[in-house]
Design a protein around this ligand. Structure first.
Ligand SMILES: Nc1nc(=O)c2c([nH]1)NC[C@@H]1CN(c3ccc(C(=O)N[C@@H](CCC(=O)O)C(=O)O)cc3)C=[N+]21
Length: 299
């Protein structure tokens, strides 16, 4: 198989989904005078968080989703932040609420995520949605965007998940854990590796599907990859590079060139999973809009 056939074009898949969503929004305009609304809450001045929020805003605008943005100072109190969440919970023009993570250390993340109304929790991080995601046969109102995007990339690349052995490296609440459950519900056999796993290489060597989501640059090595395996790289790590304008380049959690050799499919970084995170958020916002306005499936 040629190099090009192996590389999953995440940008292209995201723009296909964008087209589909755009058409759906046009149809929605014919049945409702209201527009879907997304509120993004950003606390502090982290450059990366600001960049992500900018991308979300830009995509919302392109699709005709109204964006409500709150930029709050680093030193805001937990009470004040809760107040902002409550305001959006009660605002009928807001169909989705996203609190950009990570939050400053003096704020308890769990308390904040708990305060978001599950009906508007487009990230799917509130305990009710997480709980329903983990249990069999229960449909959560929202599924976390990045894990949802990974499943979409796998399916749209023509890969069958049922019966496959999936090895997930990383067990974070925002990626590793939810994606493990999504793959399980798709009838994969899952193995979740983490910092206490005895021999991660050995586990990965058995995998038909590898999900790398641990946050360590080029951690997964080429000689761990079984012939024909499908690799989804969720990592985004900045490594210093003087030849680049920004002074760094982005690499994933996978040694891309090394792993490409045995893989049948692999996502690049950038241009793989990243764009899914944004587009799935838009999709979830529109789902919330429909549910909150009693609009049934139209397409
Ligand atoms: N509550 C919450 N929800 C999130 O969804 C959330 C968050 N907090 N905190 C931070 C992470 C990270 N994240 C990304 C979004 C877009 C790209 C993306 O579009 N990346 C492009 C471009 C990367 C670039 O060139 O800078 C790519 O990989 O091709 C990546 C990562 C959302 N996050």
């Amino acid at each position: 198989m040629s190099r090009k056939d192996k590389i999953i074009d995440g940008k292209k898949i995201a723009s296909e989904i964008q087209e589909e969503l755009y058409s759906e929004i046009q149809v929605l305009k014919t049945v409702s005078p209201k527009k879907p609304g997304l509120a993004v809450i950003l606390v502090g001045n982290r450059k990366d968080s600001q960049a992500y929020v900018r991308m979300k805003k830009k995509m919302a605008r392109k699709l005709g989703i109204v964006d409500f943005e709150k930029n709050l100072p680093e030193n805001i109190s937990q009470e004040e932040l809760l107040q902002v969440v409550t305001e959006y919970n009660n605002n009928p023009e807001v169909n989705g609420i996203l609190v950009q993570l990570p939050l400053p250390k003096h704020i308890d993340e769990e308390t904040i995520l708990n305060a978001i109304s599950p009906e508007k929790d487009v990230d799917g991080f509130s305990p009710i949605n997480m709980g329903n995601l983990c249990m069999k046969g229960r449909d959560p109102l929202f599924v976390p965007c990045t894990p949802k995007g990974c499943i979409e990339l796998i399916k749209r690349s023509g890969v069958n998940i049922s019966g496959k052995k999936a090895v997930i490296v990383g067990r974070s609440n925002i990626v590793g854990l939810p994606i493990s459950f999504l793959l399980l519900h798709e009838n994969a056999t899952i193995t979740v590796c983490h910092s206490r796993t005895k021999d991660i290489a050995k586990e990965v060597k058995d995998a038909d599907i590898v999900i790398a989501a641990l946050g360590a640059p080029e951690f997964v090595k080429g000689d761990w990859i079984k012939k024909g395996a499908v690799i989804i790289d969720v990592g985004i790590n900045a490594v210093p590079d003087k030849t680049k304008k920004r002074g760094y380049r982005l690499v994933g959690d996978v040694d891309f060139e090394g792993c490409l050799k045995n893989a049948s499919k692999i996502t690049p970084v950038p241009g793989g999973v990243g764009p899914q995170t944004i587009i799935q958020l838009m999709k979830s916002t529109v789902e919330g809009f429909k549910r909150q306005n009693g609009i049934k499936k139209l397409l």
